[in-house]
Design a protein around this ligand. Structure first.
Ligand code: NAD
Length: 400
């Protein structure tokens, strides 16, 4: 259990310090406890801190959540001493320079506002806010206070997508002509098996597959393919009733499936299909195929395969009388392996800590986070209005 440290002096993060205090809000959650603690911050601590140019930066963590027993268990598990259920008291402690939020999305804005008012640098899970207008307001607040800000954009650091990005950047595919992103799996409604995702994911205010996943698709598509110019979306509720964590039946009021047509600047078109109501019969849970004049490449989470023009079969027709038994998976070669690979959430943490402690540039700041949310909003609007929606950055933000 943590005791506030009134005597601790505020850390000056412009100079490399031995330790940096980080409040981890939502520390018992799915993503907070696994990726951010177990796979990123705890390993950095175990290695004696993050190597900076002249020093090592050692995170000192204060875990925050709602359930004392679960918090104590997570802390024990990681040999961490400090936890509390009192976020306000944690924010009042000057020993902690950073607030990280991985709690449920619907509380994000109020948590970040309090943290900014307390003078903390802020890093958070996506989406940075439920609406782009709220995200922009947060950006203005951090800018006014001169604080550092960042949002988790982990998917571009997945090995499969990193290899795909390298293939595209090397120009191996020639002129890009199209792309297709497919994502999802079956999420049980809770009647036959427990639902694999928290019930808030299916309720208004923070739930819905568009607000949940489309922020990822924005930075994945824009960093690998090009800037999105317009979207045409549809979304629907495939599973109208679910059973929550307490065994109670509830109506699903937000979409669990969505499909989007995208136009990327330069005239490249593509599709995105995302669903919690589909069974997997593809290479991976997430796949992104990009087609070009010189070849195609398709990435899953870990692998990326390329088919060059020379390997492309000359298909002229299909046979309606007989299955010719063609193997369309042949003729694809593995993309070169990466020189090194680190957990994507750890990559994000290292970049953010270097940004705070040493002023290193950070691509995934709130400006990028606003564009992630604005993309989700444009897709919602297209769904409601049943038309193509242009995708400029929100007023006053030159995002991306
Ligand atoms: N980057 C990624 O790939 C990724 C993946 C999953 C989740 N996320 C984001 O991380 C955040 C947390 O998601 P999660 O799946 O870990 O959620 P979770 O429900 O497992 O964890 C949320 C935590 O928030 C806290 N919480 C506070 N108020 C709550 C409330 N009213 N209802 C439920 N929990 C509440 C709980 O203590 C819980 O530990 C979300 O913003 C989500 O968008 C990101």
């Amino acid at each position: 259990m943590w005791v506030p440290s009134p005597s601790a002096t505020q850390q000056n993060c412009r100079m490399a310090q031995q330790t940096i205090g980080i409040i981890v809000n939502g520390a018992t959650g799915r993503i907070g406890s696994t990726q951010h603690l177990a796979n990123a911050l705890v390993p950095i601590i175990a290695e004696g801190g993050l190597a900076l140019e002249q020093d090592r930066l050692l995170p000192r963590l204060l875990l925050v959540g709602r359930d004392a027993e679960r918090l104590a268990a997570v802390a024990r598990n990681h040999k961490l001493a400090d936890w509390t259920t009192n976020l306000d008291a944690a924010l009042a402690d000057p020993a902690y320079a950073i607030l990280f939020d991985a709690a449920a999305t619907q509380q994000r804005v109020s948590v970040l506002e309090k943290a900014i008012a307390a003078g903390k640098h802020v890093y958070c899970e996506k989406p940075v806010a439920p609406t782009a207008a709220q995200a922009l307001m947060l950006l203005r607040q951090v800018e006014r206070r001169g604080l550092r800000h960042g949002v988790v954009e982990d998917k571009v650091h997945l090995p499969g997508l990193s290899k795909l990005a390298a293939v595209v950047a090397r120009g191996e595919l020639g002129r890009l002509v199209g792309f297709r992103l497919d994502f999802g799996w079956w999420v049980f409604d809770g009647s036959e098996q427990p639902c694999q995702r928290p019930s808030w994911n299916y309720r208004p205010g923070g739930g819905g597959i568009i607000l949940d996943m489309y922020p990822h698709w924005r930075y994945v598509i824009e960093s690998i393919i090009g800037r999105i110019a317009a979207v045409a979306s549809s979304a629907w509720i495939a599973t109208p009733e679910r059973i929550d964590e307490r065994g109670e039946r509830y109506s699903v009021a937000v979409e669990d499936s969505a499909a989007t047509l995208l136009e990327v600047e330069g005239g490249v078109f593509g599709t995105v299909a995302s669903s919690w109501a589909t069974r997997v019969r593809r290479d991976d849970l997430l796949t992104l195929q990009i087609d070009g004049t010189q070849g195609s490449a398709i990435a899953g989470l870990h692998r990326c395969r390329v088919q060059s023009t020379a390997q492309t079969p000359a298909i002229s027709h299909f046979n309606v009388m007989q299955d010719i038994g063609a193997d369309y998976h042949s003729g694809w070669a593995d993309a070169p392996t990466l020189p090194s690979y680190r957990n994507p959430y750890r990559v994000g943490w290292e970049a953010f800590l270097r940004h705070v402690a040493a002023g290193a540039p950070l691509a995934c700041d709130f400006t990028a986070g606003i564009r992630d949310v604005a993309f989700a909003e444009a897709c919602h609007r297209s769904t409601e209005e049943r038309r193509w929606i242009p995708f400029p950055p929100p007023a006053g933000v030159d995002a991306g």
